[in-house]
Design a protein around this ligand. Structure first.
Ligand code: 13P
Length: 248
């Protein structure tokens, strides 16, 4: 049985004041029914970890460098993130793949560095609209999975997020059949590669998850939770998504 996970990616949003949301989520979801992760911008990591304490909310970063240290201005190493108390890091988000030219190979290196520092990478993969319309979604996503995920990954050291690029921030989501088809294919590939551990690796869906569509998405086979952008910026939106996940 995989433990469900609701992860919020704040992207380049949030301020010290926004961390009040962690208190709201901690008290609303003290039953610990599923894993809750908030990924704020890097400058808030330490304060977010302090605020989360030992409560139900864990903290994650939004990217890490593959190297341990060195002349990489503006970057942050996985061990540095771990030092803040954060436990997760998003790797390979499509916004980073598109804007910074991150490749499957570099995402794999970052994810391996995260694992080596005791962080759990949330590895993002997903097709573009053109790829979906050309009927290439499955081969594209499966190739990304194969090349972005480090060898030796286990249910405890890896989370995968399927985020169709065209569904991010658009209000559009794939049909439930399409989500189910992708997640089934990813599950089969994880099991083929990692054996029994492949059954334990959590598969999140991301892209326009909102309180109004969360329950139906979470009712889809092999969807173990969500990676949420816009709707993770307020407790009023994120809390019902967490509740829907806990009830699924
Ligand atoms: P939205 O939920 O705003 O569509 O963003 C999804 C996302 O990119 C999460 O990483």
């Amino acid at each position: 049985m995989r433990r469900k996970m609701a992860a919020g990616n704040w992207k380049m949003n949030g301020s010290a004041a926004a961390l009040d949301m962690i208190d709201a989520l901690s008290s609303a979801h003290s039953d610990n029914a599923c894993d809750i992760v908030i990924c704020p911008p890097a400058h808030l990591l330490t304060a977010a970890c302090d605020r989360a304490g030992n409560g139900p909310v864990a903290i994650g970063a939004q990217n890490c460098h593959a190297a341990e240290k060195g002349a990489h201005t503006g970057d942050i190493a996985a061990a540095m993130i771990a030092e803040t108390g954060a436990r997760y890091v998003i790797t390979g988000h499509s916004e980073r793949r598109e804007t910074y030219g991150e490749t499957d190979a570099s995402v794999c290196d970052r994810s391996a560095a995260a694992q080596a520092s005791g962080l759990v990478p949330v590895v993002c993969i997903g097709e573009s609209l053109a790829q979906r319309e050309a009927g290439e979604a499955l081969p594209v996503i499966r190739a990304q999975l194969a090349a972005s995920v480090p060898d030796g990954s286990t249910g405890d050291t890896l989370v995968v997020a399927y985020e169709p690029i065209w569904a991010i921030g658009t209000g559009k989501i794939p049909t439930l059949e399409q989500i189910g088809e992708v997640h089934a294919a990813l599950r089969a590939d994880l099991v083929a590669r990692f054996g029994a551990e492949g059954e334990k690796i959590r598969l999140l869906y991301g892209g326009s998850v909102k309180p109004g569509n969360a329950a139906e998405i979470f009712g889809t086979a092999d969807v173990d939770g969500a990676l949420v952008g816009g709707a993770s910026l307020s407790a009023d939106d994120f809390s019902p998504i967490i509740a829907a996940l806990a009830a699924s």
